[in-house]
Design a protein. Structure first.
Ligand SMILES: C[S@@+](CC[C@H](N)C(=O)[O-])C[C@H]1O[C@@H](n2cnc3c(N)ncnc32)[C@H](O)[C@@H]1O
Length: 236
């Protein structure tokens, strides 16, 4: 018997933003896999917690610390993939839940890659989810792209100094994982002049959600991994 693994996008935070298909498959799964950087701290798990049946479903956390080193991340997911393959070997159905969409900067991509090696017999299906980019745009009344505009999604390893180059390739930018780059980015926006429009969205869809549309006020945003910044150069 071969196992089946769904990679399910839970959406960015509001439990109602999971798709109907994602929810149905989640609730029918035998084993739920929740990515976390430390035990008991799965953001995706927080989103779907109310949907899980802890009496009949096995819940497993897959813990990968936030390594900076790519090789360490790959090695860790190789080890976690062994655990997933073993858990599904008897033909059980698993659901790996990630925040947002599984195909956008998700740990599901690391797991899927590693399973190709250690569990090639396991069938893997991806169930899309609402991205943090879409949710931040909706919360901030922000047009991501219209007419012939281009939208560029990038991690904020591209910092303040890269803004002019990024704007050379797209009218609209979505910057994820801003971390320590956030404050310099905000300062850089303040020097760009009046044609810049921006949204800073923290924990969209969670009770603690914060949305900033005033660039000056963004300096007050706490540094938080679950923050997305949208920036566009408005046409005159
Ligand atoms: C590893 S990436 C995962 C992206 C996710 N798969 C998606 O589709 O949005 C993590 C980044 O997504 C963004 N993010 C995820 N959830 C968010 C939320 N609720 N509010 C704001 N940003 C969020 C942040 O930029 C965070 O650093």
């Amino acid at each position: 018997m071969t196992g089946l693994l769904y990679g399910i996008g839970a959406g960015p935070g509001d439990p109602e933003l999971i798709t109907v298909l994602g929810l149905r498959l989640l609730q029918a799964a035998d084993v739920i896999f929740l990515p976390a950087t430390q035990a008991g701290r799965s953001y995706a798990g927080t989103i779907v917690d109310g949907y899980l049946d802890r009496r009949h479903q096995e819940i497993r956390e897959l813990i990968c610390p936030p390594y900076r080193d790519r090789a360490a991340v790959i090695a860790r997911w190789a080890a976690l993939a062994d655990d997933v393959a073993a858990a599904l070997a008897s033909g059980r159905v698993g659901a790996f839940v990630c925040e947002g969409d599984p195909s956008l900067y998700s740990t599901f991509l690391h797991l899927r890659e590693a399973l190709r090696t250690c569990g090639p017999e396991i069938e893997i299906r991806t169930i899309p989810g609402v991205t943090s980019v879409s949710a931040a745009a909706a919360a901030g009344d922000f047009p991501l792209a219209t007419w012939d505009e281009r939208l560029l999604i990038a991690p904020a390893v591209y910092g303040a100094a890269d803004i002019p180059a990024l704007f050379a390739s797209a009218e609209s930018l979505a910057l994820l994982k801003p971390g320590g780059a956030l404050q310099p980015l905000i300062s850089a926006l303040q020097t760009q002049g009046g044609t810049i429009r921006a949204v800073l969205a923290r924990r969209v869809g969670r009770p603690e959600q914060q949305i900033f549309t005033d660039i000056e006020a963004m300096h007050w945003a706490p540094e938080d991994y679950f923050t997305t910044m949208l920036i566009r150069r408005e046409r005159r």
